[in-house]
Ligand binder design. Structure first.
Ligand SMILES: [Zn+2]
Length: 142
């Protein structure tokens, strides 16, 4: 589906900025950031899925189904690239790269059914972490 196609949702008063391509791409990115089933990476197989020693989780549960993070395209820098484009497109401002992440704004252009994935991917990718109820962006090494 391209961003130019009229959406059924347009029958309602929706935020037209949600159809901007970088915003649509960001939502697609979130949807594809996880694959079906538990993580089968070497480490998870060896530890029989025991993630207690991990600093970042590999396996998640969304809508009652186990899903694993796709490592190949979900490094913090990958998430940041997708997020930066969507943020600029939606807010007309550059994403502040350090300090507090405005999660409320981020939620407004993330589909509701993807909020859970967003909140899982931010810390799992190392892009941001929650400190006393606020989300803080972390500098990316690459
Ligand atoms: Zn794993």
């Amino acid at each position: 589906m391209s961003a130019e196609e009229p959406l059924i949702a347009d029958l309602f008063e929706v935020d037209k900025r949600l159809t901007l391509k970088p915003v649509v791409d960001f939502n697609t990115y979130l949807r594809n950031a996880f694959g079906d089933g538990v993580c089968r990476c070497h480490r998870c197989v060896e530890l029989n899925g025991d993630e207690s020693s991990y600093s970042h989780r590999h396996t998640f549960e969304f809508d009652g189904r186990p899903m694993h993070r796709r490592f190949a395209n979900t490094a913090g820098s990958d998430v940041l690239q997708a997020l930066k484009k969507a943020w600029l497109s939606y807010t007309k401002n550059d994403l502040p790269l350090l300090g507090q992440l405005d999660l409320n704004t981020l939620r407004t252009f993330t589909e509701t059914n993807l909020h859970e994935r967003l909140l899982a991917l931010l810390p799992a990718s190392g892009l941001a972490r929650e400190v006393d109820g606020t989300w803080v962006l972390q500098a990316q090494a690459d």
